[in-house]
Design a protein around this ligand. Sequence first.
Ligand code: FAD
Length: 298
Amino acid sequence: AASPLFANLDGDVGVSFEFFPPKSEKMEAQLWDTFRTLEPLAPSFVSVTYGAGGSTRERTHATVARIAAESRVPPAAHLTCVEASRAEIDEVARAYWDAGVRHIVALRGDVPGGGPYRAHPDGYANAVELVAGLKAIAPFDISVAAYPEVHPDADCPQSDLDNLKRKLDAGANRAITQFFFSPDSFLRFRDTAAAAGIDAPIIPGILPVSNVSQTRRMADMCGTAIPAWMVSLFDGLDDHPAARQLVAATVAAEMCRRLYAGGVRDFHFYTLNRAELSYAICHLLGLRPVSTLKDRAA
Ligand code: FAD
């Protein structure tokens, strides 16, 4: 039935969810609760991040391998070039292929502790080289990063776009964007990319924000602007966690509604290993659970 609020959302959307590898047993239990809650929404994939400098190599692998073994949802493993030789990275990639993992999110990464990027002397210099290296190992499905508000290392928006094009020309299949809070900046970026001849999908990365100071730390690192309206929406809610969650869901759902109105049909959620906000937003986008569990499908 048509709703005056979410009238145009027919459930014709695809979603994917991003997790980080858990550090403790408690965090692991929380991740699996989150995964099991989101899994019935039949995401096209779920991805697991790779900690700064490869610090989570084993944990990322273990999490991705468990998803591959226990679910029908395809997992994607993030992989970075930081502080590793080509041989080491190639070995990680081969281990993924052997474990049945077919999708890699190929990234340059950042220097742990900050500062200008320095490539490992025997390593991949950047994400373009990593994509080419992965394609030489096996026919991986590859996602790369894109920046609607321009990567801080880029000389200008055009060189950032040229870099994205090189990653796709090297064999990447799609781009997932850094989070942003202006739907217009995403839609403009998508249109500029299309005008530059990029026809691969560019999927918006949605960060449902419920804690502005935590988000500010992440945003400062990656050059995303936190608009004043966002700060003022959360102003005064420090001692009201439930209200904060409601505001967070409203803001993210409204952003997704605008993206949908602009023609976007695929959304990637930075879940921070929590289900509820992403689940609520997917529900508002019209998604409903389907059975995706292996044992139910058997
Ligand atoms: P690249 O595409 O190699 O380059 C970064 C920027 O440098 C480019 O945008 C470009 O502007 C500039 N540049 C590079 N080469 C040139 C050139 N030849 N000429 C001019 N300019 C150039 N980090 C992690 O550590 N682990 C993760 O799991 C992780 N997951 C992520 C997932 C997504 C969806 C996104 C958007 C980011 C993620 N990151 C992750 C962060 C990412 O590693 C950083 O943003 C990093 O600084 C850049 O990585 P990249 O793959 O975009 O790099």
